[in-house]
Design a protein around this ligand. Structure first.
Ligand code: PLP
Length: 354
């Protein structure tokens, strides 16, 4: 039976990417050696790394604009502290829109002063705060473009005079934005790029070198830039699969093309949530995420029936995060519109049974 994978991450990847990745595990370069066995310094892998870095900048429209792309390890969680280590001298401003922002704040506070410019914590993060000030004497402003757990997404970004850092882990490459507004973007691979194990960091070089502390080499963006993202042995498989996914996206027509599909999926999903009286959306409408739709059942007595129906329809990974409850339909780039239609069909069928 066809499976519909709504997991929040690690999540669905394009079939053709999975196929090419599995071939490379068996024989990468038609010479009987696996991608996992060859030297990361060999030309075939150096080419993969270069291609992945170039494709990332190209898709984001950042080529030739002073940005460098890196594929690092340690997940987005390591970026919470690496950002602060490299950029925080006195004080930084953070927008607190969810669990991941909160964790980023906690890590940055280890190094220096962090001020929450605004927070939606008191409302269990069901909206994105707006109309806050970002002091121009801060070292940087940090935000999270998409809140994976709560299903909210920043639809616009503030204009600020200081470097803007953004955690785009759960919506990178999913929608058209002016990416040049950001000075540092980071994203764990495991939503819209590839397997867990690598994190894309896109950084404007001229924001570096301004803090007085000594930075350990592994944590220093400058070191990774200088070494072409090969300071230590890179996670070859995760980088290769990310490269394949970026290639897939480019062939599809880039971010513009996937944005149209993502908008269509979100429209189909949210209209069912809004029209079907058995379901209730979690986040406020204007801030709803096109990547993660969060909702609950209006009547808990239907839980068992609904979940049996989901299982029968091959729908997987729909459980909501414990801090929200209910359900979360993650609709990342590789999720086909047909999967959303299959879910919506089950939801409307439940209405006929209720
Ligand atoms: N930031 C966001 C927005 C996330 O969704 C996640 C994980 O889901 C993280 C950060 C943490 O990423 P990692 O597990 O790669 O450290």
């Amino acid at each position: 039976m066809k499976k519909h994978n709504f997991s929040a991450g690690p999540c669905i990847l394009p079939q053709e990417v999975l196929l090419k990745a599995s071939e490379a595990v068996m024989d990468f370069n038609n010479d009987g050696l696996s991608l996992l066995e060859i030297s990361h310094r060999s030309k075939p892998f150096v080419d993969v790394m270069e291609k992945a870095r170039t494709l990332a900048l190209e898709l984001l429209g950042l080529e030739g604009k002073g940005f460098k792309a890196l594929f690092l390890q340690g997940g987005a969680s390591t970026q919470f502290l690496m950002v602060a280590l490299n950029l925080l001298e006195k004080r930084a401003g953070y927008l607190n829109t969810g669990t991941w922002s909160d964790k980023a704040i906690k890590e940055a506070r280890i190094f220096d002063d962090v001020y929450e410019v605004a927070s939606s914590k008191a409302a269990n993060y069901n909206y994105i705060p707006k109309g806050y000030d970002i002091p121009s004497d801060y070292d940087y402003f940090h935000c999270t473009s998409n809140n994976t757990i709560f299903g909210t997404q920043m639809k616009s970004f503030p204009t600020c005079d200081i470097p803007m850092v953004c955690d785009m882990s759960s919506d990178i490459f999913s929608r058209v934005l002016d990416f040049s507004k950001f000075d540092l973007i980071y994203a764990g691979a495991q939503k819209n790029m590839g397997p867990a194990g690598t994190t894309l960091v896109v950084i404007k070089e001229d924001i570096l070198g301004k803090v007085s502390r000594k930075i350990p080499s592994m944590m220093d963006y400058k070191v990774h830039i200088e070494k072409g993202s090969m300071f230590n042995t890179p996670p070859v498989f995760a980088v290769y699969v990310s490269m394949l996914t970026l290639e897939w996206l480019k062939n599809l027509g880039g971010i513009k093309a996937i944005e149209e599909i993502n908008e269509m999926k979100a429209r189909v999903m949210y209209s069912e949530i809004d029209l079907n009286p058995l379901f209730k959306g979690f986040s406020v409408k204007e801030d709803r995420s096109n990547m993660n739709a969060t909702f609950t059942l209006a009547n808990d007595n239907l839980k068992e029936t609904f979940e049996t129906m989901l299982k029968e329809a091959g729908i997987n990974g729909l459980n909501g995060h414990r801090s929200v409850g209910g359900y979360r339909a993650s609709m990342y780039n590789a999720l086909p519109l047909d999967s959303v239609k299959a879910l919506v069909e089950v939801m409307s069928e439940l209405e006929t049974k209720a």
